[in-house]
Ligand binder design. Sequence first.
Ligand code: CDP
Ligand code: CDP
Length: 223
Amino acid sequence: MSNVIAIDGPAASGKSTAARLLAERLNIAYVNTGSLYRAVALAARRAGQEMGALSPEFLNTLKLEYVPDQNGRYELKLDGSLPGAELRSAETASGASLVATQLAVRDYLLGVQRSFAGEKLIVMEGRDIGTVIFPDARYKFFITATPEERARRRLAQSGEVTDGATLAEVAKAIAERDRQDSERRIAPLKPAPDAELIDTTGFAVGEVVDYIVKKVQAGTEEK
Ligand code: CDP
Ligand code: CDP
């Protein structure tokens, strides 16, 4: 069994926020795997690559590394520097969803993600952590909220680049990404059969984190 708390779910469901706070509460490391797909999309755009079909040769030129900060939180560096706000833009998000459909990209990122598991428990958050990356994760949660609530959350998020978009536009972009992520052939977005589903609609993030902390502390093994 891997010493991993897997948190998966659709866009803007609150995965990253819950995972970060959970890691702080448990004093363990946290890895946001969506950043990897976002970084690949960003690098491809910067290099003028055809985003719909990235080659293994191009992927092998990328320098992606996670460096821990003083709090044990891993930050992603692309070609030696932190990518900054561009990583969180709506354009990078949809590019990430497109590159994430490709086998070459998923293969390339699989090893990077698996290398995090070790003796110490960690929190990893994404779309396929509990299904593909760590099917034997010690704990698995699948976080959701209604599409309306998720669009509201993304729009309200400070530091998130929604490019002055309206609520309807944000909702549309999220719906398109949900569709692409759920319908793709490789590692589609779906709960692992043994994941605990948490519908966070109407709940504050603190309540969600309290719930997960209790589950983990109780040692509720999901497998
Ligand atoms: O990582 P993911 O895209 O799933 O979501 P996020 O980046 O964590 O964004 C969620 C936003 O909704 C943050 O601004 C949170 O403060 C807020 N939120 C939440 O995460 N969970 C709730 N139960 C309620 C609000
Ligand atoms: O924060 P948000 O939920 O909006 O997106 P993200 O977690 O940063 O992920 C960006 C995109 O990367 C997703 O829409 C997926 O297409 C892809 N992704 C994935 O395929 N597998 C993962 N484990 C994480 C992200």
